[in-house]
Design a protein around this ligand. Sequence first.
Ligand code: KIV
Ligand code: ZN
Length: 512
Amino acid sequence: MTDKLIIFDTTLRDGEQSPGASMTRDEKVRIARQLERLKVDVIEAGFAASSNGDFECIKAIAEIVKDSTICSLARANDRDISRAAEALKPAASGRLHLFLATSALHMEKKLRMTPDQVFEQAKTAVRFARNLMGDIEFSPEDGYRSDPDFLCRVIEAVIAEGATTINVPDTVGYAIPELYGNFIKNLRERVPNSDKAIWSVHCHNDLGMAVANSLAGVKIGGARQVECTINGLGERAGNCSLEEVVMAVKTRKDYFNLDLRIDTHQILAASRLVSQTTGFVVQPNKAVVGANAFAHASGIHQDGVLKARDTYEIMRAEDVGWSANKIVLGKLSGRNAFKQRLLELGVAMESEADINNAFAKFKDLADRKSEIFDEDILALVSDENASHGSDPYSFVSLSQHSETGERPQASVVFTVNGKEVRGESDGNGPVDASLKAIETHVKSGAEMVLYSVNAISGSTESQGEVTVRLQNSGRVVNGTGADPDIVVASAKAYLSALNKLQSKADRVAAQG
Ligand code: KIV
Ligand code: ZN
């Protein structure tokens, strides 16, 4: 008999709390759809009470995604819980995720509450939530640094009130695998009604052990839900990475003996979508989804893999979505072939008009670049999806001149609320001149905190994908842009970041 391991993805909530990773409603819906294709069991779509924007995102996702449970985070108070329940109304299957800190440090310094007050509030909140929904998760925030006696008391009480999942967060990433596994095991053994709930792990990666800790929570502690994010996205050093935890459990089924619902073939598409949407580049040597994860450079390894794959490969690249044949389309490919490739890559376009737009851009790119790779298509689609009719700024064209010994000049044409303007400037280099040219009109006052260029498919023929991170009045946003000309890609990324700066609403943080 095998047990099932529930995969709870929190890319859209905990992942989005990473500075600069904030996403628009459309971006979140697109990622949620991909998570559904990946067959994630639970999607934490946001924190409804934190902002109207988050509320609307959760509602939109609950309306569209029907094959995964949709969850909203809520602080343990009536207002947050009602707001979350309201956002989840359209969901086919909804979950309320309540949290309240239980460590002495958090209770005293952050909440300024006594343990007895926290105990009462946790109970009352779960009772209130249970009247609104059947699926209730409770997280004692900073659980791993909480006093086990107090934690047992709180957990027993919230299960008695109807909590169906108990999540034990290592909020600050302080745990060590064996200790965390035993911590969960001990709680499960001591709480008298522990068998009435599913136990869950939620680990942050501050010491680089989020995946190891989560797996120990499963193996030693008996947890049957793992909370994780695509690419390990999240505040500080991030969360437990979904792709790593899933492939560990799949590849070592001999050890874990657990079933997963996940369709692993969708992992790479999910990783790329999240990376391109947030501008958080995946390191080449990242397990499972890094560009080098399946590359064998040494002669001995290459020779071994050619003779028998399993000499050096423990997983098949195709099983996580890497296609064997990477050159996919060219100048002569038609609309049907393009549409088919989008389907294979798991990209859903809203309408035939969107496909036509993307196809026109594909043709334009194919005229300039002889071989089109999957990465090019994903970048193109992500560019296409990132721009909205309602965005104030949109790129039109660019010209620039640079010559050794002379200061580069750039002229950029873009639209501001539909009206075309031209900005001109010089700069330290062509990119600097182009972005300064945009600023002659926009005058955003934003500070650039990150600029990075990545060759999408690895050669000088490749498209450049640029990420720009801007900060203004305490708000941080990322913009991305792709083009074979990296100066154009930079201008697109800059305008995309300016659009996000304009649209981002203030939010309440879920945790410190
Ligand atoms: O890390 C944490 O404690 C959290 C909770 C809100 C579950 O993200
Ligand atoms: Zn967290």
